[in-house]
Design a protein around this ligand. Structure first.
Ligand SMILES: [Zn+2]
Ligand SMILES: [Zn+2]
Length: 349
């Protein structure tokens, strides 16, 4: 039977959150029911609640950094049982048949990946995210959270973690590779930790030096302030890989000049405006500009296991459900080190 969950609901574009009830579907044969413990606040939640990426579907319950505990499984589920510590990331279903799905790159499903919220199940039902007490998800889209990771610090790994881990792995960050991370926010701090753990030489490119101590603690070998005169000029030809985590406009030509032969610049932050470049910036050293979008289920599990093995988790500030509107304002001011996580128990009071 369907169950009710308490949720933080945005009734319309940009409106403050209200507590309310949503209905979760009947437990299907291959479904897992999860009592949510923590839900991370991702910058994309704010974009979607404010309809900044096109009109959102309301009422909306954001949240795609979900950590919790299994409470019930359908009869065909063999991988999970009640009591298991699990996570749910940015998507909850995909066709399972197309080439990307077959390769466990479900985020690129050609039928259209079913996103965790502000999306529709293939049945047409709206999806509601993790700012809620419970969720029902097909077992194949549920991740296992290793015992070594606390649930609050693990939650942001389901988006911020995989978003940075995936391009680092895809473009072979590792020993002998020089990686630059632009931005030291929710995504950037994870990129620094993973690039360091993978064995790369890591440079942070931040606007100021205000987070330099943190950056070095997370594993940065070098830390440069782009607001200081001549910073990018002094780094010409320095990097094999740049992970750009910021959504502000960038001077692509100046950044590309810091890449070596065959160097790659990857966008994981999403600027609203078109970004322009001179083609000479590419041809002069066969450089590549590309983008990356979260990661598939298999790689997300690999990221969680890697995190446990290397003692990596997000730096979090745990907040009550009543503080989410205020937290959004602080995210917009970059006033968070480095991820807000909602203690979902505060929705159960
Ligand atoms: Zn996200
Ligand atoms: Zn597919």
């Amino acid at each position: 039977m369907t169950t009710n969950a308490t949720a933080l609901i945005a009734p319309s574009t940009g409106a403050a959150f209200e507590r309310g009830q949503i209905t979760r579907r009947d437990l299907g044969a291959d479904d897992v029911r999860i009592a949510i413990a923590y839900a991370g606040i991702c910058h994309s939640d704010i974009h979607q609640v404010r309809s900044e990426w096109g009109p959102g579907t309301f009422p909306m319950v954001p949240g795609h950094e979900i950590a919790g505990v299994v409470t019930e499984v359908g009869p065909e589920v063999t991988d999970f049982q009640p009591g298991d510590r699990v996570g749910v990331g940015c998507f909850v279903d995909s066709c399972g048949e197309c080439e990307p799905c077959q390769a466990s790159e479900e985020q690129f499903c050609t039928r259209g990946t079913v996103m965790t919220y502000n999306s529709q199940e293939y049945s047409g039902e709206p999806t509601y995210g993790g700012y809620s007490t419970e969720v029902v998800v097909r077992a194949g889209y549920v991740l296992r959270i290793p015992e070594e990771l606390s649930l609050d610090a693990a939650a942001p790994l389901l988006c911020a973690g995989i978003t940075t881990y995936s391009p680092l792995r895809h473009w072979n960050a590792g020993p002998g590779k020089r990686v630059a991370v632009i931005g030291m926010g929710g995504l950037g701090h994870m990129a620094v930790k993973y690039a360091h753990a993978l064995g790369a030489h890591v440079t942070v490119l931040s606007q100021t030096r205000s987070k330099e101590d943190d950056g070095r603690r997370f594993g940065a070998d070098d830390y440069r302030a782009t607001s200081e005169e001549g910073t990018l000029e002094s780094l010409r030809g320095s990097f094999d890989l740049i992970i750009n985590t910021v959504s502000a406009d960038v001077d692509l030509d100046a950044l590309l000049a810091t890449l070596t032969l065959d160097g790659v610049l990857v966008f994981v932050g999403l600027p609203e405006n078109p970004q322009t470049l001179s083609v000479f910036s590419l041809t002069s050293a066969r450089r590549v500009v590309t983008g990356s979008n979260i990661g598939g289920i298999r790689e997300t599990q690999e990221m969680l296991d890697f995190s446990a093995e290397h003692g990596i988790a997000a730096e979090v500030e745990v907040i009550s459900a009543d503080d989410v509107d205020a937290a959004y304002e602080r995210v917009l001011r970059s006033d968070v080190r480095y991820r807000f996580v909602i203690d979902v128990d505060t929705l159960r009071d």
